[in-house]
Every structure is written in structure tokens, then in C-alpha cells.
Design a protein around this ligand. Sequence first.
Ligand code: NAD
Ligand code: ZN
Ligand code: ZN
Length: 389
Amino acid sequence: MKALCWHGTGDVRVDSVPDPKIIDQRDVILKITAAGICGSDIHLFNGFQPAMEQGDILGHESMGEVVEVGSKVTKLKKGDRVVVPFTISCGECYFCKKTLFSCCDTTNPNAALAAEAMGHSPAGLFGFSQMLGGYSGGQAEYLRVPHADVGPIKIESGLRDEQVLFLSDIFPTGYMAAENAQIENGDTVAIWGCGPVAQFAIRSAWMLGAGRVIAIDRVTERLQMAREANAETINFEEDDVHERLMTLTKGRGPDSCIDAVGCEAHGTGTFETMVDTATDKIGIHKDRTYALSQAIMACRKAGTVSIPGVYTGAADNLPLGAAMNKGLTMKMGQTHVQRYLKPLLKKIEDGEIDPSFVITHRVELNEAPAAYQTFRDKSDGCVKVVVTP
Ligand SMILES: NC(=O)c1ccc[n+]([C@@H]2O[C@H](COP(=O)([O-])OP(=O)(O)OC[C@H]3O[C@@H](n4cnc5c(N)ncnc54)[C@H](O)[C@@H]3O)[C@@H](O)[C@H]2O)c1
Ligand SMILES: [Zn+2]
Ligand SMILES: [Zn+2]
């Protein structure tokens, strides 16, 4: 089959690779009909995620048609149309039983490597480095889906692929980010980033009772898309974000702050930015905490900072003292996607949201390498790319 493979920093290619096979009788094989490119893929593309190997197949936002079924799979059959969570979870361990699916204890075959870096291993993830399981991803013609009775959700209504694909990741991620923000009715929520995850966080914050949503980015089309969801916006290149937030909240600060940017945050001309650019050039990538630091500094006392943005290593210069002394709550993590599939599918079926609003680019698999660049550079008005193999 054809698949999008990682070959090094800034180098992804469509290669011919062996078709996936059933390895465990709880697997199914999907023929992929649609796959997203995520901001997390850009961290892999840009070399921020350790333990990537030449030839790793990327992609963790996948959907398609079941074409092969392991003998122990009971809930799916050939021909079923499913969306696949990016988290691979067993459904049986201590963490899965608590619906903490991204913390599944059993699905990372390279758990020792992850535990060395993080103390414990999180769940295996599709297309996300050897450290997180070495599972082939779905930016390909076919995908092996382990634990098929636990992850995939069957789509039985007439909803189009583009309306349900993002149940695999960014809709649940934006929603969990808003839940983690502990929003109380009427609260002011500030969101760093207006990328795809942030777009869903904005809409989810409204669903969860926010009274005001303020979104921060520098990319015109993305700020515009945030305003279309009734967010007030701040362009961090034109305005001093902290000052603006204090003015907008009469000095108190937002009740909840969401960092939907993650480890590749852009600074604004500071010394650190220069250092980051220099270290990037020589291939040393360190987590950049500009957005998170601003969120901590701006958040009101005893407020909540929610972090869906991905970090991969250690961070310098994080204002931990501010977080501690202001009594902030910080909640974060890879999304427990399986927990959100049914309730969020219902919201789509009920017409409360049509997730396809975020799509700006549709490409075939052989155009995916160019689409990685367009999405990374945020050129051509690109907010979200869907690949159809
Ligand atoms: N927790 C999870 O399970 C999960 C799931 C999906 C994605 N993610 C992560 O969420 C983050 C966002 O993903 P995305 O797909 O929206 O990515 P994206 O890269 O398209 O969006 C990030 C946005 O942040 C903006 N930005 C950069 N620096 C900023 C700053 N200092 N202040 C404000 N905005 C700034 C960029 O202009 C961009 O629009 C990534 O880190 C991704 O890895 C996490
Ligand atoms: Zn993702
Ligand atoms: Zn588990």
C-alpha cells in the first residue's frame, strides 16, 4: 500500500510499504477513507518528538471501512464505517476502567523507554514515535486497529466523513480542554492559539457555560475563524497579551486559561526567541513555553490553566512560582478520546456543531508531503487538512 512515512526532520514521503495484517485477534484492518493532519504531526515533522524512526507511518486522525476482522472482535464486522481514536486503549486495565484511556497501562510495547523518560508510560498512540508504541498511523491506504472493540466508533447515520472524522482527536481534545478548564457559568475563558484544537476549545467553552471567550493568535484567518464563533481576539504580534487581558477583565485576569499551542509556541522578539531559532537551526529542539507562561501569568488567582498543547521534554523559564503562589489549578494530558466519542457524536447528529467548519484543505495522499509544509507554515489560509487516500 501507499503510506506517508517520516524520514527525518522536515522530510515526509509517500512510500510503498507492506499492507498491514491482523497481528492480534482483537484487531481489525481499515481501508482509510479520510485522515487528518494534526498539530501534533507537525511536532513530529519538525523534530520535537524523540524516538522517531525512518519509515514510521504517520497519522492519528483516521476513519474508514472495516475490511478484515480478527476472530475475537465482537462489535465490528466487514463493511462497518468507523472513526478511530488516536489513543490505543485496552478497556480493561486500572486506568481504562476509570475512563483514563490515554493512560492505558497495557498498549505501549515500548513502555520501558517511555517510563525512562516520564516515570511511567502513557497509552500507545497511532503514528506517534517508537516511544509511544511504534504503531503505524492512518495517513495511508490501510490501517491496523488494535483493541477494535474498545476504540473505534461506528457511524451508522448518513453523516459525511468530514463531519465525523475529528471525533478521532481534535473535537474531543478541544472539549476535554474546556472541561479541564473547570468553567463555571459566565466565566471568562482565554485560549492561546486559534489552530484546529483551539477552534474546538472555543466552541466547547461556550457549550460548557463560558460567558466570554478570548482567543489569542497571530494568523489572520485563524483569528477570523475564532471571531466567527463569537470569541474576542487578540493578535499577539500587535498587542501586549497580558496588558490586553488585564484591560478586558478589569485587572482580575481570565477565570480559566487554555494553552492550545504547545511546545512550538512563537515568542515575540525576545532574547529567548532568538536562542530558540538558533538552537532549532542546529537541530536541538526544546519545549517552548511562551504561551503557557503567559497563561499562568494572566490567569486570575485560584483560576485554572488547562493544557491540551503537547509538550515533549523539559521546560526552562516556566513561572512555577506564579502558579503556586496564585493558587492555580493545572490540568493537562493527551485526550481520553474514547470517553467522548458517543456524547460528541450525539452533538454532531443533533446539529449542535458541524466539525467540518475547520477544514480549509483537501488533498490526496500523494499531495500530503506538500500539505505538511502548508499546514506547518500556515500558508494559503491553511487551518486544517484532510487527506483522502
Ligand atoms: N492533548 C491532546 O491530546 C492533543 C491532541 C491534539 C493536538 N494536541 C496539541 O495541541 C496543540 C495545537 O494543535 P493544533 O492542531 O491546533 O496546532 P497548530 O499548530 O495548527 O495551532 C497552534 C496555533 O498556535 C498559534 N501560536 C503559536 N505561538 C503562539 C503564542 N505564543 N500565543 C498564541 N498563539 C500562538 C499558532 O499561530 C497556531 O495557529 C499542539 O501542541 C498539538 O500537538 C494535543
Ligand atoms: Zn492530534
Ligand atoms: Zn487499558
